[in-house]
Design a protein around this ligand. Structure first.
Ligand SMILES: *Cc1c(COP(=O)(O)O)cnc(C)c1O
Length: 385
């Protein structure tokens, strides 16, 4: 086959709405270029209005910083155990280690691909049996799909374990009519370059608890005690969001609903074009309580019916068609850095990793781009070589 020279289609590139430059310019003109100012205040207020349910938001420099401070405000200390979904991005787990706490990894269930409630309870009982009640559980809504929120929250509540919701990928998703990012004691969001909206880099903590939001501001600004001189009684962090970057976020909030609609349309298009192929199935909302922003459209390939591996497809899509696809997350319990971490699972996340593929899902993809993706994919799957 000849190499097709065409502009590269990326997995999930930034998608500007137009207002970003106005808010950046306002920050420059007013000289509010520090990590405080109107853009930060308005971005937080816009997120609060979008999420509803009376939550408060503290904007931060990244989603990873937000997870770190979520653990700090929940009082996680060296030696504590924290439960976390194994099938996720490493940034869900790393902050546990920043605090010298111990991660315990939990497997997925096959419906939402997120944490399995049965495995969660099995892990909690086993850890208690070993003499340690876990101090927090980090739930993740991967690729925008809400986890089995009601069941997972019920398990955590039964043992009085506080919940952190990692909603980095699920801004705009809902479970039972309630926004992802509003569940648990504390939730976190990410505005990294590839997320559904971006600040270039940024994140946030969301909580119903005002105290957690105030503490987040305190820790993110170097933990300065109220005093007429520099006084510190706690370890602080430099995690505030720049007022310039918040200007990008503010602009992005005005197009968030359009991005959600576009991502859901992209997902519907892939389904309609590809579901008929024997051996392809999609990451799907299990029932009407689930509403996914479909941040990334992901599918599974049955290896008994499709003879190419996801890696082979991914590499050919890139080298021959200039289209970026990506394998699913490689579970954390399989990572060299977490090899000694306890894991409770039944093989679901491993199977997802070996059989899954994420398709280009940028909210700015054109119809033409989408046709290019499905045409290329169909050719690769049908080809004998
Ligand atoms: C992106 C992401 C993070 C980290 O957010 P950053 O803003 O990149 O630090 C955490 N968890 C998940 C699931 C993510 O996808």
């Amino acid at each position: 086959m000849d190499k097709i020279v065409n502009k590269r289609i990326y997995l999930s590139p930034p998608h500007l709405g137009g207002k970003e430059s106005i808010y950046i310019q306002e920050a420059l003109d007013s000289n509010w270029i520090a990590p405080v100012g109107e853009n930060v205040d308005r971005f937080q207020a816009d997120l609060e209005a979008f999420l509803g349910d009376g939550v408060r938001v503290a904007a931060l420099s990244s989603g990873t910083a937000a997870l770190h401070l979520a653990l700090v405000v929940l009082g996680i200390k060296a030696g504590d155990e924290v439960l976390c979904q194994s099938f996720t991005f490493s940034a869900s787990v790393n902050p546990i280690l920043y605090l010298q706490a111990f991660p315990v990894l939990i497997g997925s269930e096959p419906e939402t691909w997120n944490m399995c409630p049965v495995e969660l309870e099995r892990a909690i009982k086993d850890r208690i049996g070993k003499g340690k009640l876990p101090k927090a559980v980090i739930l993740v809504d991967l690729y925008g799909m809400p986890c089995k929120m009601d069941e997972l929250l019920a398990v955590a509540a039964r043992y009085n374990i506080p919940v952190i919701e990692d909603a980095a990928e699920s801004l705009g998703s809902e479970f039972n009519g309630k926004h992802c990012g509003t569940f648990g004691e504390v939730a976190i969001l990410s505005f990294n370059g590839n997320k559904i909206i971006t600040c270039s880099s940024g994140g946030a903590i969301v909580s119903h608890n005002r105290e957690y939001i105030e503490q987040t501001g305190f820790y993110a600004g170097q933990a300065k005690d109220p005093a007429p001189f520099y006084k510190h009684s706690k370890v602080g962090y430099n995690y505030q969001l720049s007022n310039i970057l918040a200007g990008i976020g503010r602009g992005q909030m005005s197009v968030l609903n359009e991005h959600i609609a576009a991502k859901r349309e992209i997902n519907a298009f892939y389904r309609s074009e590809l579901s008929a192929i024997d051996g392809i199935s999609f990451h799907t909302e299990p029932d009407s309580r689930y509403f996914s922003n479909y941040w990334l459209s992901a599918m599974l390939l049955d290896h008994t019916k499709i003879k190419k591996t996801p890696l082979q497809i991914c590499e050919t899509m890139s080298s021959l068609y200039n289209i970026e696809c990506r394998l699913l997350w490689n579970p954390m319990h399989l990572q060299p850095v977490f090899k000694d971490v306890p894991y409770y699972g039944t093989g679901v996340s491993e199977r997802l990793f070996t059989s899954g593929l994420c398709l280009p899902s940028g909210s700015n993809l054109s119809r033409e781009d989408l046709h290019r993706v499905v045409t290329a994919l169909k050719k690769i799957i049908a080809s004998k070589s």
